[in-house]
Design a protein around this ligand. Structure first.
Ligand SMILES: [Zn+2]
Length: 104
């Protein structure tokens, strides 16, 4: 195969290009296998945290914090952090809506 960065012909099994040191497709596929290994974790908690961030911000915030502490998987951790950020915003939005509604 050929290096995607410098175009140098490299060994099919090579993880990095010997010429430029760039990671090859082998390296990237190995990485995805490794990240799949740590995902004996399920996305359930992260998805719940995100859902509750919208429909019940207080619960979403708590689930988000639990997810951030518990998850080792980066993608799920990011989702949990998003829930933590989103929850207070949604809470403010709901208070504003409530305020506007009670004005009339
Ligand atoms: Zn290269």
């Amino acid at each position: 195969m050929f290096c995607s960065k410098c175009g140098n012909e490299i060994d099919n099994e090579a993880l990095i290009c010997p010429k430029c040191g760039c990671a090859t497709a082998n390296m990237t596929s190995q990485k995805s296998v490794a990240s799949a290994d740590t995902s004996g974790e399920t996305s359930t908690l992260a998805n719940c945290a995100l859902t509750f961030a919208v429909i019940g911000p207080t619960i979403g915030l708590i689930l988000g914090i639990i997810g951030t502490v518990k998850y080792k998987n980066e993608a799920y951790k990011k989702k949990s952090i998003t829930a933590i950020i989103l929850s207070p915003i949604m809470l403010v939005v709901y208070y504003v809506i409530l305020f506007l509604v009670t004005q009339y």
